[in-house]
Design a protein around this ligand. Structure first.
Ligand code: CA
Length: 228
């Protein structure tokens, strides 16, 4: 069955070509004109991925993203007309998986959708097992992270990023390697997404799992869990 994509975009002249292109690429596409419609349509028919415009006439796209995240781990690609780093960072912080600035090439959007969907089932399948580090344990099957016995809520990409860092514990991963492993492709040099997610992980995990910045190279989690 074709994968179902929900486009949330109030501008029909932007949504229509995206829809046409996605349908040609074999996706089953629905289009919501407002945030309210999007949330209703999500409930009626859960999509495999959401393309979410930031500027909507009723509910702000960031708020729509937050509300989706409260009930679903569905991948979200956020789209905005503003090339504003603050929006971008906030968008990723409220749980978007990826981000595109208008005007963008529809082929680029399709490439990103495919990359995300290729990877999404990996996290969804109960195949991953458990990694632990000090008081932190991450269970891929249950999609659960515990710190000292307490569950910590991570966004999907934060989860995948923590998994990658713990799997390679002791080794440095470059930002490009992390983009490749966690997002499934590289953003042509835009590695700020990795930094934002690392910051969120640090905030949520604190001293239980120190993520070390290796200046000019990337990030790592040390071998030694005694700090935890
Ligand atoms: Ca708009």
């Amino acid at each position: 069955m074709a994968e179902h994509i929900l486009i949330v975009e109030d501008e029909v002249n932007i949504a229509t070509p995206i829809r046409t292109y996605l349908e040609k690429a074999g996706f089953d596409v629905a289009h919501a004109l407002t945030g309210t419609d999007a949330l209703r349509m999500m409930e009626e028919r859960p999509p495999n991925l959401v393309v979410l415009d930031l500027n909507l006439p009723d509910i702000d796209g960031l708020e729509v993203c937050r509300r989706i995240r409260a009930v679903s781990q569905v991948p979200i690609i956020m789209v905005t007309a503003r090339d504003d780093d603050v929006d971008k960072i906030v968008g990723l912080e409220v749980g978007a998986d990826d981000y595109l600035t208008k005007p963008f090439n529809v082929r680029e959007l399709v490439a990103r959708i495919k990359a995300i969907l290729r990877r999404a089932p990996v996290a969804a399948q109960p195949i991953g097992g458990v990694l632990s580090h000090g008081t932190v344990s991450i269970d891929r099957g249950r999609h659960e992270v515990m710190v000292a016995g307490q569950e910590v809520q991570l966004a999907p990409k934060e989860f995948d990023l923590l998994w990658a860092l713990l799997e390679e514990r002791g080794n440095v991963l470059t930002r490009d390697q992390l983009l490749e492993r966690v997002w499934g492709y590289t953003f042509a040099g835009d590695t700020r997404t990795v930094d934002v997610h690392v910051r969120q992980l640090r905030r949520k995990l604190g001293d239980a799992c120190p993520i070390v910045t290796v200046w000019g190279v990337g990030y790592k989690v040390g071998d030694d869990a005694s700090a935890a």
